[in-house]
Design a protein around this ligand. Structure first.
Ligand SMILES: Nc1ncnc2c1ncn2[C@@H]1O[C@H](COP(=O)(O)OP(=O)(O)OP(=O)(O)O)[C@@H](O)[C@H]1O
Ligand SMILES: [Mg+2]
Length: 236
């Protein structure tokens, strides 16, 4: 098990948002989290990532209790997060954005070059645009850059918050290809999405959230878009 989030209760001020959310991710597993707007998907990721401290519950990452540990320390332990709003540096070039993930202890010049080379092979569009400012990229390209930048950290687990939201079908297809490629490489992924068919396709297991709680968990192969259980919880 790479991640075990147990019985998380998270508040914003007095608003009780997460009501005992438990989510596991196995080593190398791709786990989807589906749920309508406002059910607490991003809050779950932020609690795992140490940006919100749960009032109750625990987060164990790679065998270590990391509940409430600061995000930058989690990144060093191998946990990477691509937030909903991507947070790429708009004024920095594509290459400079990628380099922000490479300037860390224990990564020598050779390794940096290898990691950059790999990113450019996985995302040829980023190689073409390496000298372009991040802010000039399209939404889909910025999403690719955000994922590629997270991969510079060589994470054991990647948290992706609605990576396909608002993207054109061609870009959605590219995100799917990337998730599949990372899966084959053995990178574990916790994928928050509202795109049901995509999530069922790329995930090993899927959690369905409603009102700050997990309502259903099943192997992705047991669910189909339009199933009664999907319809009941997601309305699609
Ligand atoms: N900073 C905040 N302060 C107060 N309430 C918040 C804050 N952020 C989110 N919330 C509330 O917490 C609940 C869960 O929000 P969250 O962003 O986790 O949902 P989500 O499932 O990610 O939704 P979406 O699909 O729209 O991204 C919502 O009711 C939202 O209004
Ligand atoms: Mg969200």
């Amino acid at each position: 098990m790479i991640l075990a989030a147990r019985e998380l209760h998270t508040f914003y001020g007095k608003s009780h948002i997460l009501h005992g959310v438990s989510i596991d991710v196995g080593a190398g597993e791709v786990v989807g989290v589906l749920g309508r707007n406002g059910v607490g998907k991003s809050t779950t990721l932020k609690t795992i990532m140490g940006l919100l401290r749960p009032a109750r519950g625990s987060v164990v990452f790679d065998g270590q209790d990391v509940t409430g540990t600061a995000a930058h320390r989690l990144a060093r332990l191998g946990l990477a997060w691509v937030p909903e709003d991507r947070r790429i540096f708009r004024a920095l070039t594509v290459l400079e954005n990628l380099r922000t993930g490479l300037d860390r202890p224990g990564v020598d010049a050779d390794r940096r070059a290898q990691l950059l080379d790999k990113a450019y092979r996985s995302f040829p569009m980023l190689a073409e645009r390496r000298k372009q400012a991040g802010g000039t990229l399209s939404g889909g390209e910025q999403q690719m850059l955000a994922i590629a930048r997270a991969m510079m950290l060589e994470p054991k687990l990647l948290l992706l918050d609605e990576p396909t939201e608002g993207l054109m079908p061609r870009m959605v297809a590219q995100i799917r290809t990337i998730v599949d490629a990372l899966h084959r490489e053995g990178v574990a992924i916790l994928l928050v999405e509202q795109n049901v068919p995509l999530t069922l396709d790329v995930s090993d297991r899927v959690y369905i959230m409603e009102k700050g709680a997990v309502r259903h968990v099943a192997p992705a192969a047991e669910l189909r878009a339009g199933d009664a259980v999907i319809h009941r919880h997601l309305g699609v």
